[in-house]
Ligand binder design. Sequence first.
Ligand code: ADP
Ligand code: MG
Length: 505
Amino acid sequence: MQSQEALSPAAAPEGSTREALWEDLQRAIRSRMKPEQFETWFRRAALASVDGEVLRIAVQNTFSRDWLRTYYGEVLAESAREVLNGARRVEVTVDPELLLQVPATAAPAQTQNVPAPNARGTITALATPTPPPAGADRSLAREAHALGSSRASENSRGLLATSDVGLNPKYTFDNFVVGPCNRFAHAAALGSAESPGKAYNPFFLHGSVGLGKTHLLQSLCWSILDRAPRARILYLSCETFVNHFINSLENGDIAKFRNKYRNVDLLVVDDIHLLANKERTQEEFFHTFNTLYQSGKQIVLSSDSPPKDIPSLQERLVSRFKWGLVTEVEPPCFETRMAILKRKSRERGRELTDEIASLLAERIDSNIRELEGAVTKLLGFAGVSGLPISADLAREALRELFHSRRGQPSMEDILTLVTEHFGVKLSDLQSKKRTNAIAYPRQVAMYLARQITRHSLEGIGGYFGGRDHSTVIYAVEKIQQLHEQDPATRALLDGFLGRLQAPRG
Ligand code: ADP
Ligand code: MG
C-alpha cells in the first residue's frame, strides 16, 4: 500500500504528500475521459482535503462546481476508490484563489518573467505628459481617433492618425476578457501602458489569428492616450509601414519618412511578421527600432509567430525583438470561451445562459473571432424569429457548426472503419509488420486521416506506432495515386470518405 494510507484519517494532507496524491488522482481521472475534457475541467482543479470519509476537490467557480457535480460525480468516485483503495464521498467546492494559479501548460514558453501590472504611475517616458483628460474630452478623443480623423493629428492631441488605420473604440482593456490563455499578455500590455519605455521594451506579442492581439495593442494605445492625450503614438499595421517606406523611396522623401517614424513616444506595429522576406524594409525598421529604443521610447509589436520563426527575419532583428518581453496569447480554454460568449452577447443587449454558452463553447474551440461570429448569428436569428434563445434555437441558427464539428470524424472513427473493413487488428496497424495485408490498410487509414482530420503528419504517424512524417507522406501519395488510377480503389476510398463524413447526431 502506498503512502496515501498514512493520510487517513488526516483532514488535509500537507505539501508533497498532497501533491503526490493529487497527481495520482489526476492520472486516474484522466484515464477515464478524453484529454480535452480533462484539460477543461480538471487541469486547474485542486485537491482541497481528504480523510477517511470525504475527498474534497476545489474548482474556481460555481459553474465548474455544478458541472463536475452533475457530470463527473461517478468518475471522481471511481478514481478516488482506485487511488485510495476504498470508497470516499466526493465533494466539490469552490476556491476562487485557484483563478490566480496559471497551470504550467498555459504559461507562455518564452516569458522571461511574470509581468505584474505596475501600480498606476506617471508616464515618465512620454515627451509631453499632461493630466488625464476629463471623461467627455476622452470620449471625444476616442471618436476622433476611431474615425482615423485627420483632425486628430492636426489638433494638439498626440496620436498620429495613419491614413488607413484608426483605433477601434471597442478595443479597450475594459472590453477584454482575461483568462489563463491571455493573462500574461494582458498584464504585460497593462504594464507597458503604465510605464511606457520602462517596463517591457520592446513588448512582443505573438499568437495565431483571432486571439486578441490587435485588441490588446489598441487597448494599450487607448490607455496611454487616456492618461497622456498628447503622447505621440503611432499605431499601424506592418503593411502600412512597408508601403509607406516603398512610396518614400520612390518619391525620394525618405527623410520625411524617417522623421515621422523616429519621432514618436510609442510605436505600435501590428502583424510585424509581414516583414518576412522584405530585406530593405527590415533594414529600415532596424534603424527605426534602434533610434526609438535608444531614446527610451516604447515599441510594441505583434506577430503570428515568435521572432525566431518569422521567415528570413534578420538575426539582429530577431535578437532585438527578444530584448524586452516576448509573450504569447494562446487559444482560449473552455471557461474563457464561455466568458467571452457571455460578454459579447451582453454587449449586444442579450444575456446567454450557461447552458447556451457552454453549448457554443464546446464547439468553437480556437478562434475568438469565430465566437463573436456565432453570437452575432445567434442573436440575429433570435431577433428575426422573435423566439427566446434556447438550445434548440442555437442548434437551428448555427446548424453548420453543430454538423461540421460534431460530425468531424476522429482518428478512432477512421481506425474502426479500416480495421473492420479489412479484418485487421489495430495492433497490426501499429506494429512494424510490412506485409501487404497490413501495410495497405495502414496506408489507407493514413490517407483518410490526411483527408479529413486536422492532425499533422507527425500526429498521424503517432497513431501508427510512432511512424515519422516521411512514412505518412509516402503512404498518402501512394494511395492518392491509386485513387486516381484504379477505379476499384477509388470506389472503396470514396465509400469510406462518404461514411466518415455523413452527418451524425
Ligand atoms: P488578432 O489580432 O489576434 O487576429 P483580434 O484582436 O482582431 O485578433 O481579435 C479578434 C476579435 O476577437 C476582435 O473582435 C476582438 O475584440 C475579439 N477578442 C479577442 N480576444 C478577446 C478577449 N480576450 N476578450 C474579448 N474580445 C476578444
Ligand atoms: Mg490582428
